[in-house]
Design a protein around this ligand. Sequence first.
Ligand code: A2P
Length: 279
Amino acid sequence: MTPNTAVPNITLNNGVEIPQLGFGVFQVPPEETQRIVEDALEAGYRHIDTAAAYRNEAAVGAAIAATGIPREGIFITTKLRNGEQGMAREAFRNSCRELGVDYVDLYLIHWPVPSRNLFPEAWKAMETLHADGEIRAIGVSNFLADHLDTLLQSADVVPAVNQFELHPTFQQSELAAKSRSLGIAVEAYSPLGQGADLNAEPVATAAEKYGVSPAQVVLAWHLSHGTIVIPKSANSARMRDNLAAAGVVLTTEEISGITALESGARIGSDPAVAAHSQM
Ligand code: A2P
């Protein structure tokens, strides 16, 4: 099993390095997750993104244990479930137990759930776990600009990452710019628009020109912006295809053509209204 050396690392605001191209397991059924994550690790992925709410942390942990890759060779992200924001420490410990690890590389508040206003309290608990060395970097997910502002009023640690829906037809470019201006790395979920952005004309044209796949073109577009990406595929050929996007370089014109695909159409839930019961 050869680690993929072509994937660059991004240095987070606390000096921790994260592989820019990782493997996401959102919507991967628990019973298939171990096989799929083993395939991903075999393909060369060294960054796995899961969440307590996905109910597949145990299978991710089983895959990691089965491959025999040393713990420090794999970057693991998991997330605090919405209903557990008032008990973040216990929820974190439970995730560690499920994953079979004694530390996590990146722990994210999954959604702000502004109606409950518990995320500042959850953040304080995460700051303590981070200070104690149980989490290497802490961050947020699905935080809009006003959620970041609220968090920063009481935070001692600036989030290392904001992970949100970002793909050519839904870029949230103001949120990305604000996050970056605060030193918060941007991480894209649904980076392929769940497959829907792959047929767009500028994507297909660039794919044909370079003899690569549309998914590689979309991922190369993300990488060119410094964005961290976590595409998912249940198919090992497509996993390998996606990982090889790290070697694709687009021209400025091709990047602009893909950026012009913005349509404002969100696929997932709106963080302003997403309820704690949803995840
Ligand atoms: P599959 O699992 O059958 O490969 P996103 O990461 O944006 O959520 O997109 C995931 C979706 O895109 C899945 O439906 C996945 O299907 C599909 N997908 C992932 N990689 C590729 C690829 N290289 N080419 C085509 N479709 C892909």
